[in-house]
Design a protein around this ligand. Structure first.
Ligand code: FES
Ligand code: FES
Length: 159
C-alpha cells in the first residue's frame, strides 16, 4: 500500500493508505478529524471543505495519496492557540448558522476565498461560496459573517 506523509492541523502524520481512500475518509476515520463533515456523495455540498496548501478543496474529491507532502488545515486546526479565527468569531456573532452541518465547510471555503480576495463584495462572497450548500440559513448571514471577518482581518493587518 502507498505510504503518505501529510501535515494536518500542524501535526505530521505518516500512514499507509489504500490508493482509493478519499482524503475526507482519511481525515475522519484515520485521524479522527470528524469536524470535517460529509454531506453528499456527489461532490456537491462542500461540507467536507478543507484547506490544502493554501487552497480550499472539497476533501471528498481528493484522494489521500494526492495529499502526500501537503499541508492540510481542517476546521479543527483553524483556531490559534484556543483563539478563534476571525471567521469563526464572525459566524458566531452574525448568527451565520443554524444546524451547523455546513459550517465547517463554509468556514474553510471562506478561508480560501479571503486568501484570494481579502475584501470581497456581497456578490463575490456569494460567487466564492457557490460550491457550498446550506439548507438552513438562506445565506444572508453567512455573507455578512464573511465580510465582517474580512474587515476584522484587514484591520488586524493594518494595525
Ligand atoms: S461531502 Fe459533499 S462535497 Fe464533499
Ligand atoms: S446551518 Fe444547517 S445546513 Fe447550513
Amino acid at each position: 500500500m502507498p505510504r503518505i506523509s501529510v501535515n494536518v492541523d500542524g501535526t505530521a502524520f505518516t500512514d499507509e493508505v489504500e490508493p482509493r481512500l478519499l482524503l475526507v475518509h482519511y481525515l475522519r476515520d484515520r485521524l479522527g478529524k470528524t469536524g470535517t463533515n460529509i454531506g453528499c456523495d456527489t461532490s456537491n455540498c462542500g461540507a467536507c471543505t478543507v484547506v490544502m496548501d493554501g487552497l480550499s478543496v472539497k476533501s471528498c474529491t481528493v484522494l489521500a495519496v494526492q495529499a502526500d507532502g501537503s499541508d492540510v488545515t481542517t476546521i479543527e486546526g483553524l483556531a490559534d492557540d484556543g483563539r478563534w479565527h476571525p471567521l469563526q468569531k464572525a459566524f458566531h456573532t452574525e448568527h451565520a448558522l443554524q444546524c451547523g452541518y455546513c459550517t465547517p465547510g463554509m468556514i474553510m471555503a471562506s478561508v480560501g476565498l479571503l486568501a484570494d480576495n481579502p475584501d470581497p463584495s456581497d456578490e463575490e462572497v456569494r460567487e466564492g461560496l457557490e460550491g457550498n450548500l446550506c439548507r438552513c440559513t438562506g445565506y444572508q448571514n453567512i455573507v455578512k459573517a464573511v465580510r465582517t471577518a474580512a474587515a476584522e482581518m484587514h484591520e488586524g493587518a493594518t494595525r
